[in-house]
Write a protein that binds this ligand. Structure first.
Ligand SMILES: Cc1ncc(COP(=O)(O)O)c(C=O)c1O
Length: 356
């Protein structure tokens, strides 16, 4: 066993790196901004973005009692943490053991599982799941049944004794766009498909959306019939969403230490094993990121265009804050995160929903 890393640190400079920092004031800003736009049950926060029951508890304190999960591990962890008022597994599962584990939680938690095929309906029924949601494909080539098949699957689920609470659809391909009018138009077109499936399936839930188009959903609920939005990234934010001009700010950074400095570049200990890289390179304020390798991040201090003098690179041992381009996989690589205000460490909280 390794010793717990710096549990009593009061300043970020005392932390072992790489370490996830979450700025408490920015987090609060993001949570309260979203709660004002989509209050209470209009938002079903997706916990895949942070994988932390402590952070979910903060979202609950902002009025959201229903949560979205991507894995059985997240569902189980949330239920055991007393956050099981209404949990949606917005993902398909055929693993009988995992579904049975979920079913055992139903006395104490409201469990709903997404299904999109005969096989997933039957697996849920065999495991003793009571509630399902029909997952409808609304344009993203991922999970979700063909819209015309939604009513048939709902009937199959009812025939097997399960209650069908409604539909969900995830338009992940529409979360980021250079043109917000196009994003709005395409989101509304996707919701036409979902609304039509919802009318054939029945049930009270129409669940969709994410951080990138949460405002489109908020403004058009009366027309689309969407009852809840599944946004998750808004709490911590990443640079991927920063082009949209959303009212959320980057609360997360990965604290790194400069471990080597050369004439024209420096290297920090925040490599791609501590960063989700599928949305591209991370950012460092005032520096240019060259590339990441497993345990290393190579970057250079930017000099103003009109400045011909040599800019010194950061000294070995100095600290930098790296902003990830994709928050969800970044969180899943770390055991814990530090709540901070500036350089002050306020708390260390577990990222306890990792795993499957
Ligand atoms: C099913 C589902 N719903 C909602 C989201 C929304 O997430 P975000 O807040 O990152 O846009 C995701 C993200 O991948 C998802 O997979």
């Amino acid at each position: 066993m390794h010793p717990e890393p710096t549990p009593n640190a009061t300043n970020v400079h005392e932390l072992s790196t790489p370490a996830v920092l979450v700025d408490i004031d920015t987090l609060e800003h993001n949570l309260s901004t979203m709660a004002a736009v989509l209050p209470g049950a209009l938002l079903r926060p997706h916990v895949k973005a942070h994988k932390s029951t402590a952070l979910a508890e903060m979202q609950r304190r902002h009025g959201h009692r229903h949560f979205t999960c991507a894995t059985v591990r997240e569902m189980v962890g949330m239920a055991r943490a007393g956050l099981g008022d209404d949990l949606l597994l917005a993902n398909e599962v055929v693993d009988a053991d995992r579904l049975r584990e979920l079913a055992t939680l139903q006395d104490d938690a409201m469990i709903t599982v997404a299904v999109d095929s005969d096989a997933t309906v039957d697996a849920a029924a065999r495991a003793g799941i009571h509630h399902v949601l029909i997952d409808v494909n609304i344009g993203l080539p991922r999970c979700g049944c063909a819209p015309h098949d939604a009513a048939r699957l709902a009937q199959r689920a009812r025939d097997r004794g399960m209650a069908v609470r409604g539909v969900m659809g995830y338009e992940g391909h529409l979360m980021v766009s250079n043109d917000r009018n196009t994003q709005r138009r395409d989101t509304l077109a996707a919701m036409d498909v979902l609304r039509s499936a919802a009318s054939e399936v029945g049930g009270e839930i129409v669940s969709a959306g994410g951080t990138g188009n949460h405002d489109v959903h908020a403004a058009n609920r009366a027309h689309t019939g969407v009852t809840e939005v599944q946004a998750g990234s808004y709490a911590l934010m990443d640079t991927y969403y920063s082009t949209l001009g959303l009212p959320f700010r980057q609360a997360i950074s990965i604290l790194g230490t400069v471990i080597s400095t050369q004439e024209k570049w420096a290297v920090a200990d925040v490599g791609l094993k501590s960063l989700g890289m599928d949305h591209g390179n991370p950012s460092i304020a005032g520096h240019k990121v060259w590339f990441c390798s497993d345990e290393h991040l190579t970057f250079a201090t930017e000099k103003p265009a009109d400045d011909s003098t040599r800019v010194p690179q950061p000294a070995v041992g100095s600290r930098i804050r790296v902003i990830p381009a994709h928050v969800d996989p970044t969180m899943s690589m770390h055991d814990s995160f530090y709540l901070v205000r500036g350089d002050q460490v306020l708390d260390r909280l577990p990222i306890d929903l990792r795993g499957w």
